[in-house]
Design a protein around this ligand. Sequence first.
Ligand code: HEC
Length: 153
Amino acid sequence: MQLGYLIPTVLAGVLALSGCGGEAPAPAVPTAPVPTVEELQPPYNEADVDAGKSLFGRQCASCHYVAAGKGHLVGPNLHGVFERGTGKAAGYNSYSPALKNFEHKVWTPELVDQWLLAPQGFVPGTGMFFNGLKNPEERRDLIAYLLIESRKP
Ligand code: HEC
């Protein structure tokens, strides 16, 4: 008997469709509309998003969720990361002073690119212990994946 979960599922769908519907749980962070690869700014519009997804799974997923409402791991949840300030994930209490005091207001794709190249070099004293992704194509693919995935409701 499937009805038990069908009804809430349908209801959630209706509430989601109604946009700012009163009772729908708010997403963790307000995000921009979900772009397609083609809509991304160069060079991300030429990225291989599947390769980016696989890279995320191998290199980032042990420390980061990206899905809304999934909470934090060792690192902060990356949902809505391009719409929020550096060191500003709500409910994440383990930021290093280095990232908390980092002067940049928002994580742009350019900033994430420099960060992923060498986190320790870009923000000395950061608590993200990750050697960096030296291959520019891998960073492009990964950032394109994040630009899409981090905006999914
Ligand atoms: C070993 C765990 C670990 C791995 C692996 C890791 N991160 Fe992180 N990440 C962290 C931690 C911890 C922080 C917070 C750093 C700080 O406060 O200095 C962080 C911070 C970040 C931030 C800044 C978020 C914010 O809210 O300001 C981004 C973006 C990020 N990581 C992306 C990635 C990506 C993409 C990968 C994969 C290439 C990755 N991280 C791999 C642990 C990790």
